[in-house]
Design a protein around this ligand. Structure first.
Ligand code: AMP
Length: 280
């Protein structure tokens, strides 16, 4: 396994691989890898000749008040994990290599970026779309792997790839959870023991919604209210949003039936966590 920092070198390596007719599977990450990331790497490993993982804590997707400085950076541990999973290249650039002085080009996926997480994180998805577009141009992957954990991100990236005719296939894989249901996230390390306990309320509230729907309750407003009441029983919880939306355009639905997404963002203490479930 090789670690490459220079975007130009990465591009040259990728072009050589593609020229030989070999496929590249790509997993963009911000590092602090866990089993959720590893599930994407394993899938990529099984479907491609070459696997590239990028590790880059992207400053343009953090607002000034967010946790950019504090975000975990554990490259040594990450590279051992990648090596073990048979990754061929880690692309690990510096901020100044991705955003050199004078940088001023951004990608905005309009509409979709202002919904759900975009309401409380203005500019977040502009940063995400920009970095992913840049990474696609640098790594030139055939296939790129994303987690359903960031459901809105996956919808936005698919839209961007379609709209901008980027020649890459987007694959979205299921959420990996702890045994107790908590969705794995690099941010879970911010939680203290009590908060870890309270954080289970995200998954539990999604399960509650699922069982309400199974029992015939489909009124989205009613389900959302019941979920909110349930979440707010936890002292450390503060709701950002609980929404039931169409899976394709992320617009709110009135009835929770067929191809909708129940998505939520909840602060547990100071840590903002997201989770979701697809209702088929
Ligand atoms: P991040 O490092 O948080 O930017 O995430 C990199 C990729 O891993 C994104 O496509 C995420 O959706 C995905 N991911 C993060 N957590 C999970 C999880 N628990 N299960 C599956 N995929 C995940």
């Amino acid at each position: 396994m090789k670690i490459i920092g220079s975007p130009m070198q990465m591009q040259a390596v990728s072009r050589d691989i593609r020229r030989k007719g070999e496929s590249i599977g790509f997993i963009p990450t911000m590092g602090a890898l866990h089993d959720g990331h590893l599930s994407l790497i394993r899938k990529a490993r099984s479907e491609n000749n070459t696997v590239v993982v990028s590790i880059f804590v992207n400053p343009t997707q953090f607002s000034p008040k967010e946790d950019l400085k504090r975000y975990p950076r554990v490259i040594k541990k990450d590279s051992l994990l990648c090596e073990k999973e048979g990754v061929d290249f880690i692309f690990y650039p510096l901020v100044k290599q991705m955003y050199p002085e004078g940088y001023c080009s951004y990608v905005t996926v309009e509409g979709l970026s202002g919904l759900l997480c975009g309401k409380s994180r203005p500019g977040h998805f502009r940063g995400v779309a920009t970095i992913v577009a840049k990474l696609f141009n640098i790594v030139c992957p055939d296939n790129a792997y994303f987690g359903q954990k960031d459901a809105q991100q996956a919808v936005i990236i698919k839209r961007m790839v379609d709209d901008l005719n980027i020649p890459v296939k987007i694959k979205v894989l299921p959420i990996v959870r702890q045994k107790n249901g908590l969705a794995l996230s690099s941010r879970n390390i911010y939680l203290n023991d009590n908060e870890k306990e309270d954080a289970l309320v995200l998954f539990q509230s999604l399960n509650l919604a699922r069982s309400l729907i199974k029992s015939g309750v489909v009124d989205a407003g009613k389900i959302i209210n019941i979920m909110k009441q349930f979440i707010l029983k936890k002292k450390t919880a503060k709701i950002d949003y609980v929404s039931i939306v169409n899976l394709n355009d992320l617009q709110p639905v009135k009835q929770a039936a067929g191809n909708c997404l129940i998505a939520l963002a909840v602060y547990i203490g100071k840590t903002r966590l997201i989770d979701n479930v697809i209702i088929k």
